[in-house]
Ligand binder design. Structure first.
Ligand code: FES
Length: 313
């Protein structure tokens, strides 16, 4: 992964039984690089695992970052390790901020929809919204209050601009009704579980292009990423043709052939493995690139192709 920085955990806060917030400071520089609300970083754990986390701190405070980690008991152990071992003084590596999600320039109103831990990217967007005096509303959905991290702080801070939807209390957000009528200049944003994102995508399908924004936390499963039709890639610089079998990823094939392709998440969510495509038809499977950003590139970790593609390598 390019551009890694040393970071140290300087504080931690148990936000809910399953969510811990970690405050990080850079170890070798006075401040972190700038980011805009909604950006994420990739933490590299000591055993080499990499995990993507939204930055939850105020972009105007570059001396410290904060991330909030949900302990995923059915996960691969990265979040459990952070919960157990990321104590003050622990050193890790973090990527430079990556900006896949953020507030639209020029919007006149913002409708934010968060589900559970999906509140995190919005936490760094809120200071920007508040400073600019923007018109916004935050809808926060969770199964119970204990699964709604930062809810009490948000209620105090946002007042009537916060709309909590707590399923255990019988309050469920009707996305189709909320998003039925797009008004000019309104942008809508969602981050949360896959089912919520599907509902959001369906409810905004008739919105003008570029006004509905989604943030995915997880992409394709690695096993799924390897599966599909076989295809071939031609390396533009050498003319070599590499077959990508049906059960292997393009990333694996390129690395085996000696190409040093960067890759952080390896599940289609970060965009660090993007390679240029000069010819051919990619089959995009990532969840991080917009249709416009996909022009002329593809993610090597999860995306595939049909027939033969020529790669700018
Ligand atoms: S490595 Fe993250 S999208 Fe490919």
């Amino acid at each position: 992964m390019k551009l890694l920085m040393g970071v140290e955990v300087v504080a931690r806060q148990q936000v809910t039984p399953r969510v811990v917030a970690l405050t990080l400071r850079p170890t070798k520089r006075p401040a972190f690089p700038a980011f805009r609300g909604g950006a994420h970083t990739i933490l590299a754990l000591p055993d080499g695992r990499r995990r993507l986390y939204s930055l939850t701190s105020d972009p105007a405070r570059p001396e410290e970052w904060q991330v909030a980690v949900l302990r995923e008991d059915a996960g691969q152990g990265g979040s459990a390790w952070l919960h157990a071992a990321a104590l003050p003084g622990t050193r890790l590596l973090a990527s430079h901020p990556q900006q896949g999600f953020g507030l639209a320039e020029g919007a006149v109103r913002h409708v934010l929809v968060a589900g559970g831990i999906g509140i995190t990217p919005f936490l760094s967007m809120l200071p920007e919204l508040e400073r600019s005096g923007a018109d916004f509303a935050l809808h926060f959905c969770a199964r119970s209050r204990v699964e709604a991290p930062f809810l009490a702080e948000l209620r105090d801070r946002l007042g009537p601009r916060l709309h909590p939807w707590i399923a255990a209390e019988g309050a469920r957000l009707d996305l189709a009704a909320l998003l039925a009528t797009p008004t000019p200049g309104t942008h809508a944003y969602a981050c949360g579980p896959a089912r919520m994102l599907e509902g959001f995508a369906a409810a905004t399908a008739h919105w003008p292009e570029g006004t509905a924004h989604l943030e995915h936390f997880t992409g394709l499963d690695r096993e799924v990423a390897r599966q599909g039709e076989a295809f071939e890639v031609e390396i533009a610089s050498s003319g070599a043709v590499l077959p990508v079998p049906a059960n292997r990823s393009l990333l694996e094939v390129l690395r085996e052939a000696g190409h040093n392709v960067d890759a952080a998440c390896e599940y289609g969510a970060c965009g660090s493995c993007v390679v240029g495509v000069e010819a051919g038809q990619p089959e995009h499977r990532d969840v991080c690139l917009s249709p416009a950003a996909r022009r002329g590139v593809m993610t090597a970790c999860v995306s595939r192709g049909r027939g033969r593609l020529r790669l700018a390598l």
